[in-house]
Design a protein around this ligand. Sequence first.
Ligand code: RFL
Ligand code: PHB
Length: 401
Amino acid sequence: MAGPDASHVQVGIVGAGPAGLLLARLPDLAGISCLVIEARSRAHIEGRIRAGVLEHETAQVLRDVGVGARMDREGLVHHGLHLAFDGESRRIDLHALTGKGVMVYGQHEVVKDLVAARIETGGAIVFEATDVAIADIESARPTLSWREGEARRSVTCDFVAGCDGFHGISRGSIPAEVLRVFERVYPFGWLGILARTPPASEELIYARHEDGFALLSMRSPEISRLYLQCAPDEDIGRWPDARIWEALQARLGAAVGGKLSEGEILQKGVTAMRSFVAEPMRHGRLFLAGDAAHIVPPTGAKGMNLAVGDVRVLARALERFYASGDESGLVGYSKTCLARIWRVQRFSWWMTQMLHRFEEDTPFDRRRQLAELDYVTTSPAAATTLAENYVGLPLDAGGHK
Ligand code: RFL
Ligand code: PHB
């Protein structure tokens, strides 16, 4: 096992989000040495409230790498979800349509479980690293360097994995003339709250409302997670708790048959929304994974699941390379991942356009949106399209084999 002072590791990993931490775990189990360099503190990454829905296969991956026990005890398995519109709420039976469900379990809980497992096995994570830099990715010995307090440290690596999220430094290490970016920025954001109150529905409710989108989700039988469509640069200061509850009641009240129970707001924040893909995801010996390479709007609940998908492809490729020298998985990494990523981009965009209020929409667009929701919730073929994407497309390659 490589410690922070070792001068060489097989895989240097930038970022301890779900992508970096899972990537450290998978090759580690195969005896491949990894070092994780993280810019923030352990408390920060373990307290960062983000995603909540794990696809069927994502949950299975966590079990497979030995970090699924708490998820299976505390997570909530959901077999359906609701789409609310035009004053009513209709259920999509995920399980009847696909034979699968999803696991509602907070991303920060996944992060806690992965950090604990890594520390327990003596694996190194450098927290609060500053000035992290990647060099020589086109050579056989790329270098990862960082500052820890006053000391500048570095390791050489066989490979570097850029798992440092959308605002990290890895993507920028790929030469500009090589990198192609595809992007759509949405004219709205989500205001999200975590509240101490039992969820008003046992299953998630995605609501299309004339005032804008709203989502009812949860973290436990006592804690609700709720979102409201808002301006992308919304000033959270303009949203005292009473205004948030009033907007949630207006958008979700009918769907829960009356009133949401209100409670103490434990956390609130605004997230801007975009669709983004950077291609290729590999240059030389640098591999991008997760949000470092792509962002989806959260409407499809896909971001963390995509990160897990990338990492599984990369871990498998690394294991094959170290076991037999076979480079084909590494060479094909970007293409394999991108096929799936574009399908998930399409789904996340589709859910977003179906459920949000766009200022430029005409009365025609509003009627079309309602017709689409009506179709998706009445046609078994259309409902299956939503359900199979929501529970997760097969991990291998772009789609069905
Ligand atoms: P992360 O989680 O952003 O982790 C990147 C890590 O890299 C660190 N870092 C650096 N470290 C070293 N050097 C540097 N220069 C660094 N720069 C950054 C950061 O501190 C961080 O620890 O990326 P990763 O691992 O790719 O994981 C991606 C997911 O976090 C993201 O896709 C999801 O949270 C998206 N998402 C959802 N995904 C789902 O699958 N299901 C959901 O239900 C879901 N809901 C959501 C979401 C994201 C949301 N927000 C806040 C963006 C709901 C919301 C509101
Ligand atoms: C969440 O629980 O945070 C959540 C659930 C579903 C989404 C996005 C976020 O689509």
